[in-house]
Ligand binder design. Sequence first.
Ligand code: PLP
Length: 291
Amino acid sequence: MQEIYLDNNATTHVLPAAVAAARQAMELGFGNPSSTHATGLQAKAMMEATRQRARRLLGVGEGRLMFNSGATEGIQTAVLSALCALRERRDAGEQIGSLLLYGATEHKAVPESLAHWNRLLGLGLTLRKLPVDSDGRHDLQALAALLDDTAMLCTMAANNETGVISDLSSIAQLLQERGSDACWMVDCVQALGKLKLNLAATRIDYAPFSGHKLYAPKGIGMLYVRAGRGAGSAGRRPHFLQPHRHGGHACAAGSQPAACTAWRGIQYAAGPVAADHAQFFRAWPVVQGAA
Ligand SMILES: Cc1ncc(COP(=O)(O)O)c(C=O)c1O
């Protein structure tokens, strides 16, 4: 019996191009990207070429894009970074608000990370669910009522179970109207390859991504961190990045996985789609052929 797999929001099969890229990275680019000899430099060049492609695809502008093990790690880093920044601001006498507000339909990694780091850092902020309506959309009236007291806001771009696309523009507008300085994380896992992303032009502070939702192997992810004064963030304070592992590298501890070049699958899968989802499906046989 032929198995038909349709659960692509949970995970996707690995695109042949991504398998080939990972294999090439492990066979030819096996060097440690931090080594200064030729083998290391070659691995680093592969990794940086991948990063440049991803930066263009996501419209990262002056922001940072770090590789990691997936969205759960990206969410941890974003939450820890935001909470450390909030603690500093509060210690300096600033009013930061008392709420860690997250959409009621967020992936569980979000509320669990908020609870974990809030407890560990001894911040004592209150976790609050932002309700969604019967269509699964964020309740913007509730958001308006809570925003002035919100220190961090987490609202996914698209839901992994319902497919509901969040109204990020209205959320950004509310943040602007209120002059809110809340840290804003948008889980973009389910948006990549389906919605146009031009992150630097938005107010989004942190955006995690996951490779295995878009035809790369599991264990590969990215985190976008907004630059201090990008187009969508004029006048806002510089980005803050607090790695949760230390040892060896500025952003990601440990020897960096050259296999992250398996994200190269994205150049086939998402390159043509970023602008137009429908085009993605039309391009699909070509994508397969390109492998
Ligand atoms: C919306 C969303 N966020 C986060 C995650 C976690 O991603 P990862 O498996 O890369 O840790 C997933 C995947 O299950 C997801 O669908």
